[in-house]
Design a binder for this molecule. Structure first.
Ligand code: PGA
Length: 253
């Protein structure tokens, strides 16, 4: 049985003091959650204050990106060992905003995934098609290229450490969610790819999150799908009430 995972991606929101206060509120509201794994991903400069505010709660910390080298002359970058030391468990990689605005390639995502695994951090790998790709019937081939690119050269043991987030780009920040059926068929397809490449046991263990306009009013239906194991939440993770409601989605059955 895969444990549900709800991750809040704060993107470039909240200053360190705002982030600390917000995390303290979250810790009070959902900090004893055990059934669902809860993760928040603040900007780099807020990782430490948020870590402190989450002390004693079950909420885990993630970063929104990393560089793939462990140290060196790479002005402006942050390395996996640095993220590990400030208390991150997870790191988001390959978010569509990084692919679109910062030219991040599948090759770069792959290097980041490998670097994170080397220090014991778990990557949350984002994949997903753009609207014109969906309309051209390329959803599966785009997602296949991104998944295979991100996992290139990894062994089954390493793949069992990763989380994949399917985020159709046309659904991010637009209020336009994929229907549970649209999401579910891509999730099942991704699980099929994992099974082919790494075997049934690995494929059954990897959590595949959905992301893209997840809100309190659609989370229950999304989570009712067998292959949707959680959510990567942007906008709705910035308010205590909406994020808490998403974390406490209603389990069907
Ligand atoms: P959204 O963002 O929930 O605001 O659509 C999701 C994401 O980009 O991870």
């Amino acid at each position: 049985m895969r444990q549900a995972l709800i991750a809040g991606n704060w993107k470039m929101h909240k200053t360190p003091s705002e982030a600390r206060a917000f995390a303290a509120e979250l810790a009070r509201e959902i900090g004893r959650e055990r059934e669902t794994e809860v993760v928040v991903a603040p900007p780099f400069v807020s990782l430490l204050p948020v870590k402190e505010a989450l002390q004693g709660s079950s909420i885990k910390l993630a970063a929104q990106d990393t560089f793939w080298e462990m140290e060196g002359a790479f002005t402006g970058e942050v390395s996996p060992p640095m993220l590990k030391e400030v208390g991150c468990h997870y790191v988001i990689v390959g978010h569509s905003e990084r692919r679109t605005h910062f030219g991040e390639s599948d090759e770069a995502v792959n290097k980041k995934v490998k670097a994170l695994l080397k220090v014991g951090l778990r990557p949350i790998i984002c994949v997903g098609e753009r609207l014109e790709q969906r309309e051209a019937g390329q959803t599966f081939s785009v997602v296949k290229g991104q998944v295979e690119g991100a996992l290139d050269g990894l062994g089954a043991q390493e793949v069992s450490e990763v989380v994949i987030a399917y985020e159709p780009v046309w659904a991010i920040g637009t209020g336009r969610t994929a229907t549970p059926q649209q999401a579910s068929e891509v999730h099942a397809y991704i699980r099929g790819l994992l099974k082919e490449a790494f075997g049934e046991e690995v494929a059954e263990g990897v959590r595949i999150l959905y992301g893209g306009s997840v809100k309190p009013d659609n989370i229950d239906d999304l989570m009712a799908e067998a292959d949707i194991d959680g959510a990567l939440v942007g906008g709705a993770s910035l308010k205590v009430d909406s994020f808490s409601r998403i974390v406490r989605f209603r389990r069907s059955g």
